[in-house]
Design a protein around this ligand. Sequence first.
Ligand code: UT7
Length: 333
Amino acid sequence: MSTITAAITAVGAYLPEYRLTNEILETMVETTDEWITTRTGVKERRILKDPEKGTSYLAIKAAQDLIKKKDLDPLEIDLVLVGTATPDMPVASTAVYVATEIGATNAFAYDIQAACSNFLYGMSTAARYIESGKYKKVLLIGADKMSSILDYTDRTTCIIFGDGGGAVLFEPNTEGYGVQDEYLRSDGSGRQFLKIEAGGSLMPASEETVRDKKHYVFQDGKSVFKFAVSNMADVAEKIMERNGLTHEDVQWLVPHQANKRIIDATSNRMGLDASKVMMNIQRYGNTTSATLPLLLYDYEKQLKKGDNLVFAAFGGGFTWGALYLKWAYDTND
Ligand code: UT7
């Protein structure tokens, strides 16, 4: 019997219409387009303005886009995973609601929470279910309404993040396409540098926590940057070494979109030309769980069957890692 690998067979996405540009941010906090562009690479981000809609809205829209493109019967989906740092609610899993809303009523579903590594870790989880031979269709969604946890008076965080959702379908493959290898890491000493302090069991919500703005993202940017820049490059290099890949063998780097300088450091370490690096941070900012599928969505037409893709991410926790995947299809339209 041939080995089963987990291949990506479809991609979908959703981005809210509203564009929060650097020029608009200049009117909200003390910053400049020049500072944001040179320090991060972001020019604009999308924001889900409707206060009645949460992350599930982004996830459902992205999933529905995939279902339509692939002409997929949602009843065939076995499992729905939603990677998110901004679930609709602390309790009930966003994925469960999403699965029901998209008509995946034969599936089971749950959320994955590893901050900006949500989608990368989710790829690993999805791949294991497929490789087991027991599950045939796993829908992995990465979605975040980051605007719901940002303090728009804090110039150190509000300029970075945006809202969005992306989805991929994993299916079994017996020709060797799909996930080849992964190297995932974590380090709990990092949580002091990137966190939302209140609203969990350690510091439940109170009048004080609201007053002290402890329900918003706090980031010690410099410290996170230092860890991210070396660790993301380390794991990308390691996955290449372990699989005997040279820079010529890698067609695409698919890097988490946190900061253009971190992406450049990773691609430099891998010896990759800029033309092989997927990048859309300038248009969407850091969408946390959605960065990787949004890249696949934007570059899907350029991908060829057999292309070697290296995914890399770094996020709060800290969590980080790299994953090597062989692309499984050509897009004809
Ligand atoms: O995705 C999850 C993982 N997260 C990351 O990977 C993010 C990693 N960190 C970063 O990307 C960068 O650290 C930031 C983009 C967050 C900040 O860039 P930086 O080059 O590390 O800036 P900094 O924090 O060292 O600040 C430099 C200066 C400071 O002023 P002083 O103290 O030198 O006078 C800041 O107050 O820039 C100031 N500053 C700003 N100025 C204009 C900070 N934010 C802004 C701003 N506009 N928006």
